[in-house]
Ligand binder design. Structure first.
Ligand SMILES: Cc1cc2nc3c(=O)[nH]c(=O)nc-3n(C[C@H](O)[C@H](O)[C@H](O)COP(=O)(O)O)c2cc1C
Length: 162
């Protein structure tokens, strides 16, 4: 289940995102950053398709969605249009091969704001079979955020901003 984003009451950009499963969704982005809370971790688990099956309280708070809205929703509910598509491709190629993925991610909040994380995603493997995935996010350094913001902007341009 995927709920529509509410229209922000402040200045925002509007995008139409097409997701891997063909869903087309209108998203709104403001320049409001929510900073990663000190000493916390943001965690979630998904099934094999990236459908959210668990989220900790910090995840719920940072995303702006309620727990009820998040459970059963595709993880792309957090996709920010400033992220290059190739980053997500690298993520899925890595975890579907049974390996751990690390990366910097700019996430979109329900209110159109954003937050940066340094994410680790681990495949949950039992008897040699991937059962699902777990992600743990830490507070990224500000210098890395500045670096990745520039890099992702260049990558988005190279992708033709699709
Ligand atoms: C465990 C796990 C955690 C993920 N966490 C995020 C996340 O925090 N933000 C995000 O945009 N995508 C996250 N993804 C990737 C999404 O599933 C999706 O590939 C991405 O948002 C781009 O979706 P799209 O290409 O279908 O639009 C996660 C995937 C998995 C398996």
């Amino acid at each position: 289940m995927l709920l529509p984003m509410p229209l922000p009451q402040v200045a925002h950009r509007t995008y139409e995102l097409t997701h891997y499963d063909g869903q087309v969704r209108t998203v709104y982005c403001t320049e409001e950053e929510k900073r990663f809370p000190d000493g916390c971790l943001i965690t979630s688990t998904t099934d094999l398709e990236g459908i959210i099956t668990h989220a900790n309280d910090v995840f719920v708070d940072m995303s702006g969605w309620t727990r009820e809205e998040l459970m059963g929703a595709p993880h792309y509910i957090l996709r920010h249009p400033d992220m290059p598509s190739v980053a997500y491709k690298d993520l899925w190629d890595t975890i579907q091969a049974g390996q751990k993925w690390h990366g910097y991610v700019k996430n979109l909040r329900k209110d159109g704001g954003f937050y940066w994380v340094y994410a680790t995603i681990i495949p949950n493997i039992r008897n040699g079979v991937i059962q699902g995935y777990t992600s743990v996010r830490r507070n990224p350094s500000r210098s890395k955020v500045r670096e990745m913001r520039e890099l992702y902007a260049q990558m988005r341009l190279a992708e033709g901003n699709q």
